[in-house]
Design a protein around this ligand. Structure first.
Ligand code: AMP
Length: 574
């Protein structure tokens, strides 16, 4: 898959429009779909999430292939009015003086305006299905000569009850059009529409982008929630050349943090879903030009930002899941370029960050919050370097006579101190910072008993089960304890972080009618009546064929109850 727009068969005009939008490289969906749309004529169904760049993926080929004619050549159906406006704006912003009429039509606009737009301006229509039906009933549009029929977020349209309208619209359009259908999921109803109306088509679902976090130095700091802002300020100030993105979970968090930092005289910009496209483009431009060095953003809004020289990514709040963490922190194809990733975690987040570290297979190290003296010292050092640089360059001759005049009445050090005060206010003052309460929470890993829906009937022995779990989840077999195999199911004991990894890894496997692994429920009597028929790896001399299980004695990490089976009081069943 190509990594540059130039390889996608786009014209120079379009390439320059992309440059103006600061799109540096195509998203995976764009790399794949643009050549398909430009080079052949097949219908396509595409399993695509939102915010993957799909509007440009289908919009750019439309711009390349259509010529303005003021007749409807492409119909794009979207579930909501907001999306209609957004898609039309995006396509419009991608055409460089091509003058195709891209018109969003939705409930709430007056019919007079809509009729005018339809008659005089429309080449590409972006509609919600209900509105199309109204116009079809009124006879104000004809869709029998369209070249492209695009259904965006088809599953959403299904959820909103538009499926019958979509079928009707299909019947009113000419057969020789090209159909593209985008949907995050492919429910039966959508596939039936596809089969009935799309004849031959390519079904594409893109593999997840391979990202890595290993090039990045990853750390976390622990603070109480009330100290988060202070911790962030110290982290940013400790590195005087800080240039990076600070991630928050929600728009409200972004606005709150931006306001807090502005109160402390930081020059920051907020980026989230409510920021208009035009403004977003300006903010991105400034950020890439380093006119703004601190961007406060939500995951979605920052997904496309790929800036090479950034020094930091800060997780002001940890993301919901490890995939988002990888998106924030990791990047692809970034030869040699690294940045620091620092997560600010609260008292309850330790388990989460350990879990993320496990899943991403990285060692996220604990870091101390920089002390105020060190922050000030770093700032002073940076200032001294800058002053030396100006002195070496010698570009201050215009100020010399004024300097001498100042020296007539005052001591040199007093003058410099006064000027520093005037220029930097209290920026170099320790009182600018607040004390932070030190937190030193260590994770005492607890043990969790897991139920696994695989047993002897499925030909599992203790060894093969443990090997299978290691292969599927990456949790090393030596950390899986106290394995107990029954006919239909089994039990294992692992640390709570590993339990999280195992449960989550298996819950991704949607083909199972229920989760393959879950936390075992505690039940004393059920176990007692059956009795703990387990073999200890040590006592049974390893997990041989005959053993129905293996465990590990207290030589494992933590003190597992498996070392003393006879003293067990807690028993488990599912
Ligand atoms: P979409 O998935 O089409 O809704 O796009 C989501 C956002 O990503 C929009 O703000 C687009 O302008 C932006 N976008 C789309 N493609 C790219 C790209 N190749 N580089 C940077 N931003 C992009």
């Amino acid at each position: 898959m190509t990594n540059i727009f130039k390889d996608l068969w786009l014209t120079d005009k379009t390439l320059s429009a992309l440059e103006k939008k600061w799109f540096e490289k195509p998203s995976p969906i764009q790399s794949e779909i643009i050549p398909l749309l430009l080079l052949n004529k097949k219908n396509i169904i595409w399993q695509a999430e939102t915010w993957t760049g799909k509007t440009a993926a289908f919009g750019l080929p439309l711009i390349e292939r259509l010529t303005p004619s003021k007749t409807i050549q492409a119909l794009i159906l979207v579930p909501t009015r907001e999306l209609a406006v957004q898609v039309a704006e995006e396509i419009n912003s991608l055409q460089s003086q091509k003058w195709l009429g891209v018109v969003p039509i939705y409930w709430g606009q007056s019919y007079t305006i809509q009729n005018n737009l339809l008659r005089r301006w429309a080449d590409i229509l972006v509609w919600t299905p209900g509105r199309v039906m109204d116009h079809m009933k009124k006879g104000t549009i004809k869709l029998d000569k369209i070249s492209y029929f695009i259904l965006d977020e088809a599953d959403e349209m299904l959820n909103m009850g538009f499926i019958e309208d979509i079928k009707t619209i299909f019947t009113q359009t000419n057969k020789d059009k090209r159909v593209l259908l985008f949907s995050a999921t492919m429910p039966r109803e959508i596939l039936s529409v596809v089969k009935k109306y799309m004849w031959e088509y390519d079904h594409i679902s893109i593999k997840k982008e391979q990202m890595t976090t290993t090039q990045t130095e990853q750390t976390y700091v622990q603070v109480n929630d009330r100290d988060r802002v202070e911790a962030l300020c110290r982290i940013m100030d400790h590195q005087p050349d800080f240039y990076g993105i600070v991630f928050c979970k929600t728009k409200a968090d972004v606005d709150f943090l931006s306001a807090k930092l502005e109160d402390r005289w930081y020059f920051v910009q907020a980026l989230h879903g409510d920021i208009k496209q035009k403004q977003r483009e300006t903010i991105l431009k400034w950020f890439k030009q380093q006119k703004i060095k601190i961007l406060i953003a939500t995951d979605v809004a920052a997904r496309w930002i790929d800036v090479n020289d950034m020094t930091h990514v800060v997780n002001y709040w940890l993301p919901q899941d490890s995939e988002k963490y990888i998106h924030r922190v990791g990047r692809t194809g970034r030869a040699g370029k690294t940045w620091k990733a620092i997560s600010i975690i609260g008292p309850n987040d330790l388990k989460k960050i350990l879990y993320i570290g496990k899943i991403t297979k990285t060692d996220i190290k604990k870091m101390e919050i920089p002390e105020i003296e060190n922050v000030i010292e770093n700032k002073q050092n940076k200032l001294m370097t800058n002053i030396k640089w100006v002195i070496e360059k010698g570009s201050f001759s215009k100020y010399l006579s004024f300097a001498n005049k100042l020296l007539e009445d005052n001591k040199a050090e007093e003058i410099i101190a006064a000027m520093l005060k005037m220029s930097y206010q209290n920026e170099l003052d320790e009182d600018n910072y607040r004390p932070i309460q030190k937190l030193n929470i260590v994770w005492n890993s607890g043990k969790v008993r897991l139920f696994v829906a695989l047993g002897k009937i499925a030909w599992y022995s203790a060894k093969t089960l443990v090997d299978y779990i290691e292969k599927e989840t990456g949790v090393r077999s030596r950390f899986i304890d106290d394995v107990y195999i029954l006919n239909d199911f089994s039990f294992i004991t692992v640390s709570d972080v590993d339990a999280e990894v195992i449960i989550r890894s298996f819950s991704k496997n949607k083909s199972w009618w229920r989760s393959l692994v879950s936390k075992a429920k505690e039940n004393k009597s059920a176990w007692d009546s059956r009795g703990p028929r387990r073999f200890d790896r040590k006592s049974s001399g390893g997990y041989g064929k005959s053993s129905s299980g293996y465990g590990k004695s207290s030589s494992g990490y933590g003190k597992s109850s498996s070392s003393k089976p006879q003293n067990r009081t807690k028993k488990w069943y599912y």
